[in-house]
Design a protein. Structure first.
Length: 359
């Protein structure tokens, strides 16, 4: 009788909570049936920087074939990661890095000569460097050999994807005469993500039959108070709803309800936002920017890429869509089709599986 020995993979990164694109991607991988049936998975959650010594100890105890490591996008996080990476190479195992962002080149330029040299030396040794899209391959040019770089786009979780019946019902409601247009911002409330630009666009469109939904987490009380005060001072209480953090079924129903997804981001750390993929899969037209890996999934066929920090441009696009329900339906169908072809959870896991098998 042939004995099948499962390869072992140790996943190192920041797991939920909190919930953000990277942590959700790691959770999807760790909980996937495909990977758990094919590989023996373990993980080390390194989000608490006060426990670096404990994390190193946990990593040293891992008996694994491959270390799958998602590195940080901050200067201090990078120092921790290089310490971990140096330790991984001492173990003589395969190392795969998955970079969930678009900021590395700017970060690298901010390093002092020593930190830059350490990064160049250690990252050159990895077996595979994964980036989120074609546009982001250049992040590691001159640091990691081009032959080691692989692309693995993000995905929408199965649980967040509308069924065919739900999608058809959504499109039917979209085409109903007299239905208000509904716009949603769904991301963390960081100024450079563009939420306040969208709020100012809402003020410009206050006399139109449009409702704006905002969902996500504020990181400081001052930003939240500024946001809520703007709504109050401009009489937008009937035009703007703030939902706080939405996850699971609440998030899915919010996307089902809305027609347009707006993320006018210029956030330096942006990679390929999972929120855009979720919105596309659930049939929303997209308003975003030519930033990071976004142009690889959003084009004039399925959305609008505007200049950052431009409430006027956002308002203009939304006003135009208000008069073009057929155009929105066409975008919705194109987005839905694109996600079902390539960006489902199974597609993402298959891409990672092929990379792991290659390693």
């Amino acid at each position: 009788m042939k004995v099948i020995i499962m390869k072992k993979i140790c996943i190192i990164g920041q797991f939920p909570p909190p919930v953000h694109g990277l942590s959700k991607a790691l959770e999807t991988l760790l909980n996937s049936r495909l990977f758990n049936e094919k590989y023996e998975l373990t993980h080390v959650d390194i989000k608490d920087n006060k426990k670096v010594a404990a994390h190193m100890s946990m990593i040293n105890r891992q008996d694994t074939d491959i270390f799958y490591f998602t590195i940080s996008q901050s200067k201090w996080g990078n120092l921790r990661d290089m310490l971990i990476l140096a330790n991984l190479f001492k173990k003589g195992k395969k190392v795969v890095i998955h970079y969930h962002g678009g900021y590395f080149r700017q970060l690298y330029s901010q390093f002092n000569p020593l930190q830059r040299a350490i990064n160049k030396k250690l990252l050159a040794k990895v077996d595979v460097m994964i980036v989120l899209s074609k546009s982001l391959e250049c992040l590691f040019s001159g640091i990691v050999d081009a032959g080691k770089i692989r692309i693995c786009e993000n995905c929408i979780e199965d649980s967040q994807l509308l069924t065919s019946w739900e999608y058809e019902s959504k499109i039917f409601r979209l085409m109903e005469t007299g239905k208000p247009l509904e716009v949603v911002y769904l991301s963390n409330f960081i100024k450079s993500k563009g939420y306040f630009d969208l709020l100012m666009a809402a003020e410009r469109l206050r006399d139109r039959d449009i409702h704006f939904h905002f969902a996500g987490s504020f990181f400081n009380r001052e930003d939240e108070e500024e946001f809520l005060d703007y709504i109050q001072q401009n009489g937008l209480q009937d035009k703007v709803s703030y939902h706080g953090v939405v996850t699971g079924e609440r998030k899915k129903r919010l996307l089902e309800r809305c027609d347009i997804f707006a993320l006018p981001t210029y956030y330096p750390n942006e990679g390929q936002p999972i929120s855009i993929i979720e919105a596309m899969g659930n049939g929303l037209a997209i308003i975003s920017t030519k930033h990071a890996g976004i142009p690889d999934i959003v084009s004039e066929e399925n959305g609008f890429l505007i200049e950052p920090q431009s409430p006027e441009a956002i308002a203009g696009v939304i006003a135009g869509l208000l008069q073009d329900r057929s155009g929105m339906k066409q975008m919705a169908d194109e987005n839905r089709s694109k996600i079902l072809r390539r960006y489902k959870e199974a597609d993402y896991l298959k891409r990672l599986e092929l990379i792991m098998d290659e390693v």
